[in-house]
Design a protein around this ligand. Structure first.
Ligand code: GLU
Length: 450
């Protein structure tokens, strides 16, 4: 445990750096939120392997508020699909405050699911089922995202329900345009309950990590929503998640995020981390001041800005040369001359489209012109996704058409089953267990009858 403590130390550093910030105000639209402890400040980070790290008050409970919105949106998308959900709620940043009357002229459709109007509609899209009332479905979904059974802070719910006239007004206004598919009173009640679900910063980081991990909770291993739904939710968080400062957040921090008026804030680094902060002092837009500063600094420190995603040089192709320069090459002149016409490319790691393009380019570079043959060594490749495979197969088919013989070193069958490879590349690609064997055979083939 002690080496990975360095990750906790990074969180502790940030905690210490921003704990002294005193700017901002607690939300006071209901008394319960105004009673939260202004000094509370927690940070949490969860990796795609489900490793959890935290600092400060990361176990302190608070209510989800608006951070519930992306997760209920995910539930609605899972049940109905993007097209149907999109008929009722848009996906455009409103540029307005969370409780604005942000409805599309003519249709009355709310701008997006991250502002109250859109969230109320989203919640309304999750109807009661004979076996489970709407709120049970919502609570179950939120709990699966968090990886534990969550509950409702009844006092916060009661107070929200007692004072929620603006949200009720929004719901009636939406229904007056004919948009809201169900009873506004019921929808707003479920919405108030989802806002009052109790979580900790660690829960929030697990929830964010589930979205970042293609919908699979990295701690429990449960597939909560599909990878498509997770991506759709992250996209709307990226453009609309930070109230009316969403554009500035995406510009500076570069992560899909969602904040709530109780001081909770999540951010997701797709395929990397789920991050969360809790600190009740809010800025004018309604986002936690310390949370914003700490997650912004964390994104910078960990290099998480989505638009800045440098490919690591040299991380895919480890060798692109001709066989005569390999240490194992025999010294005879004739053998060397043959081996000069055998290219050798070795790749490593997980291959996606980007990595596969590098491999194909290396195949082209590895031999003199269009003659000779080439050995592709895939022993250090750990996997290839379907897009990478299709590109590799197509590239090998082109090589064959150009008259360049290829052989692969692929004891792990990374290129896929031989039948598929034959079908896609139009040839029986010779496969070998070792690089030396493949090179030797190719060199011999060069020497064969012309
Ligand atoms: N319960 C709050 C409301 O609807 C949530 C708002 C927020 O967190 O932004 O007013």
């Amino acid at each position: 445990m002690s080496a990975s403590e360095a990750v906790t130390d990074a969180l502790r550093d940030l905690h210490a750096r921003f704990a002294g910030v005193r700017e901002g105000e607690r939300a006071d639209y209901i008394p319960e939120l105004a009673r939260s402890d202004a000094d509370d400040f927690g940070l949490a980070l969860v990796s795609m392997d489900g490793h959890r790290y935290s600092a400060g008050a990361a176990g302190t409970p608070f209510t989800l508020q608006s951070v519930s919105k992306p997760f209920v949106y995910a539930l609605a998308l899972s049940s109905l699909g993007l097209d149907e959900v999109g008929r009722w709620v848009g996906a455009e940043p409103s540029g307005e405050a969370f409780n604005a009357i942000s409805l599309e002229p003519r249709t009355g459709r709310p701008a997006n699911a991250m502002v109250n109007a859109g969230a109320i509609v989203t919640t309304a899209l999750v109807p009661d089922r004979p076996d489970a009332p709407a709120f049970t479905r919502v609570l179950t979904a939120l709990s699966r995202f968090a990886g534990r059974k969550l509950d409702v802070d009844e006092e916060v719910y009661g107070s929200e329900a007692a004072t929620g006239d603006r949200n009720r007004a929004l719901a009636y206004l939406i229904r007056s345009t004919g948009t809201l598919p169900v009873d506004p009173v019921a929808a707003v009640d479920t919405y108030f309950r989802q806002c009052a679900v109790r979580v900790t910063a660690v829960d929030l980081a697990v929830m964010a990590a589930t979205l970042a991990h293609g919908g699979v909770n990295p701690v429990t291993g449960e597939a909560v929503v599909s990878a498509d739904v997770a991506a759709q939710v992250l996209a709307v968080m990226a453009t609309c998640g930070m109230y009316n400062s969403s554009g500035d957040w995406l510009l500076r921090v570069g992560l899909p995020a969602k904040s709530g008026v109780s001081g909770g804030l999540i951010a997701a680094g797709p395929a990397r981390f789920g991050l969360a902060a809790y600190s009740p002092l809010l800025d004018a837009a309604g986002t936690s001041v310390r949370g914003r500063a700490a997650l912004g600094a964390l994104s910078e420190r960990l290099g998480l800005h989505l638009m800045r995603n440098p490919a690591l040089p040299g991380s895919t192709v480890t060798l692109a040369t001709t066989a005569d320069v390999l240490p194992s090459a025999p010294s005879g002149r004739r053998e060397r001359a043959l081996r000069e016409r055998v290219g050798v490319v070795a790749a490593q790691g997980a291959l996606d489209f980007t990595a596969a393009e590098r491999v194909l380019f290396a195949l082209d570079e590895s031999g003199p012109g269009q003659v000779g043959s080439v050995v592709l060594d895939l022993r250090e490749v750990t996997g290839a996704d379907s897009v990478a495979l299709a590109l590799l197969h197509a590239g090998l088919a082109r090589l064959a058409r150009d008259g360049r013989r290829a052989a692969v070193v692929d004891p792990g069958n990374r290129l896929g089953p031989p039948d598929l490879v034959r079908e896609r590349t139009g040839q029986d690609l010779p496969r070998y267990g070792s690089r030396e064997e493949a090179v030797e055979r190719c060199a011999q083939a060069m020497a064969g009858p012309v």
